[in-house]
Ligand binder design. Structure first.
Ligand code: CAO
Length: 565
């Protein structure tokens, strides 16, 4: 067995494409040629296949990331090497979805279209790379339509990529030479246009001119060669963050062309909830429109709206989000003084959406408590002195992680997740910890904290926190937590109310320990007290259970030998 990097293969002329779907997760067994992720440019979505059979060890990319040829997608433990393609070879051939067309050729196509438009004009399938016999899965125009130059005519799909085919000429569509389900190849006649669009110059011999049959490049490539349209793809790529929650694992990849995906995103339609009426269940524009109409008329609800209705007991259709709130105040702040507008970072946008959902949907309660860590802190300080040369500093957070694992074992519902009417009790103890980074809040995860010692946890925490600050955390290093700790101890404060990191059901917030006078029955003693703030989901946990959790945690931190009991 060996660990190999699976990289993005040659994806044609695209400099950078956006990851819009993750189709595998760590622990999954994947076969050679199985699709791993979907990437999207402004005109094509492509599935990136695996070059080997093996087990996914670690994902190196996240939803919304921009990738290009050579970017590492994941680490794969190869279990079957015989006959496997090299990481790059097979996909490179399979994925050349939108190949380069030389600038002169693209220009020729454009020129020819401009000069060719009065008589019948043949539109042929352009060079779409190494693909043969690609299937026509969607036709976007009908006879009689007025077609613009570079307007998408149809979508073709190989087993790995979907591409929209633009028109190489403008005019009225006289005849379609293909239908959904047909297999097409480069140079195949796909349509006949007639007459010139207002912006297109006409020449009567157009149909015979080789330039007319010179194909238009798939639009992304043409855009690069054509400054006039070069801005469009950039804007489209920037929008290419899925409409559904980015942390939600995709369940069944919705099949839809890039333009349908874009359309759905613009309307906020969750594509994975739309039933496709096209070939092989493909989602069309009409499906998205019909879904939108059904939601607007109240005939159906999106899954998110339904969940909101269930948890709040209110309907979302009648009162703007189901909360009956007045609109967000919109102010021109510059009336009051100088201002500067800065876009939120991508992390803030993603975590903000998650925090909002979790704050609204979870009936959360916070219990505050203090625990005595005088002896533990003395032990920590002396151990750090002894181990000065090791380079690993033990932090209070490492003790907290270990203590929380003990408390989670004693109170297993804190290590569970709600699944409809059932609770999933996790038998693993993966502890997330909030890390403050220049780009916003991130939550790296210490996996199997129950099996690790304080030194190892401290070392891993240091490494993960550094990666978080450098923006180098992989998705695998941020997923799978069963409980989270948010420590503001290094900064200050007394108590706060952390927001639960769904689908977890509790989170421990910790603030700065301070010396406090504590009554021992005879006198006040100076003790180092650590403030704890445990937020819990009242659907799963009761107040008494939360109080017991805090008391037990306090006992462990007060005398760490209890961890061994
Ligand atoms: N009480 C008193 N002092 C504490 C303490 C506590 N509870 N926790 C840490 N400290 C001290 C440490 O001992 C250290 O002091 P020395 O340098 O003298 O040893 C100092 O504070 C700095 O600690 P640290 O923050 O670097 O290390 P950590 O292990 O405690 O925390 C990390 C690591 C990544 C959690 C932290 O750096 C961080 O990012 N915290 C912010 C988390 C956050 O933003 N939470 C809010 C989420 S909700 O928006």
């Amino acid at each position: 067995m060996s660990l190999i990097e699976i990289k993005v293969p040659d994806i044609g002329d695209f400099a950078e494409v956006t990851v819009i779907e993750l189709m595998v997760k760590p622990g999954d067994t994947v076969k050679a040629e199985q699709s791993l992720i979907t990437v999207e440019s402004d005109k094509a979505s492509m599935e990136i296949p695996c070059s080997h059979t093996g087990v996914v060890k670690e994902l190196k990319i996240a939803l919304g990331d921009k990738v290009k040829e050579g970017s590492v997608v994941l680490m794969l433990e190869v279990v079957e090497t015989a006959g496997a393609a090299t990481p790059d070879a097979t996909p490179a051939a399979a994925i050349a979805a939108a190949p380069a067309i030389p600038a002169e050729k693209a220009q020729t196509a454009t020129d020819s279209a401009v000069s060719a438009a009065v008589g019948p004009v043949e539109v042929r399938l352009p060079d779409i790379g190494d693909f043969k016999d690609v299937a026509v899965i969607e036709i976007m125009v009908k006879v009689g339509d007025s077609i613009q130059l570079e307007q998408s005519l149809m979508t073709v799909e190989s087993d790995k990529a979907a591409m929209e085919i633009p028109s190489s000429a403008a005019g009225v569509l006289k005849e379609l030479k293909i239908k959904v389900g047909d297999k097409v190849n480069i140079g195949d006649l796909i349509a006949i246009l007639e007459g010139a669009a207002p912006t297109v110059a006409a020449t009567p011999t157009a149909s015979a001119a080789p330039a007319v049959t010179a194909p238009a490049a798939p639009v992304a490539t043409t855009a690069a060669a054509n400054p006039a349209s070069a801005t469009a793809p950039v804007a489209a790529v920037a929008l290419a963050v899925p409409a559904h929650n980015p942390t939600t694992a995709p369940v069944g990849l919705p099949h839809a062309s890039p333009s349908v995906r874009k359309f759905a995103r613009e309307l906020g339609v969750p594509l994975n909830e739309v039933r496709g009426s096209g070939l092989k269940g493909r989602i069309t524009d009409a499906d998205v429109q019909s879904f939108t109409r059904s939601v607007m008329s109240g005939a159906i609800q999106t899954i998110a709206a339904e969940a909101k209705t269930k948890s709040t007991g209110t309907s979302t259709s009648s009162d703007g989000g189901g909360l009956g709130l007045i609109p967000w105040p919109k102010l021109d702040f510059s009336k009051f003084g100088p201002v500067e507008r800065k876009d939120l970072s991508r992390i803030k946008k993603i975590s903000g959406a998650n925090l909002l959902r979790n704050a609204i949907l979870i009936p959360a309660v916070t219990n505050h408590d203090d625990c005595d860590i005088t002896d533990l802190e003395a032990f920590r300080v002396s151990t750090n002195k002894e181990n000065e040369k090791s380079g690993v500093k033990i932090t209070m957070l490492a003790f907290l992680i270990k203590a929380c694992v003990s408390a989670l074992k004693k109170f297993p519902e804190f290590n569970s997740s709600l699944d409809g009417d059932a609770l999933i009790y996790k038998q693993y103890y993966h502890i997330g910890f909030a890390a403050d980074t220049p780009n916003g809040l991130m939550v790296p995860v210490i996996k199997d904290a129950d099996k690790k010692g304080i030194m190892q946890i401290s070392q891993e925490m240091g490494e993960l926190a550094k990666k978080a600050r450098d923006g180098k955390l992989s998705p695998a290093e941020m997923t799978g937590a069963s409980f989270t700790i948010s420590s503001l101890g290094g900064i200050g404060g007394r108590y706060f109310t952390p927001i639960i990191n769904a689908p977890e059901v509790a989170i421990m917030g910790v603030c700065k320990s301070t010396m406090q006078p504590v009554w021992d029955g005879k006198a006040f003693q100076p003790r180092l007290m650590l403030p704890l703030s445990l937020t819990w989901d009242h659907r799963v946990i009761d107040g008494a259970g939360a109080a017991r959790f805090n008391v037990y945690l306090g006992q462990i931190l007060g005398d760490f030998r209890r961890v061994l009991l």
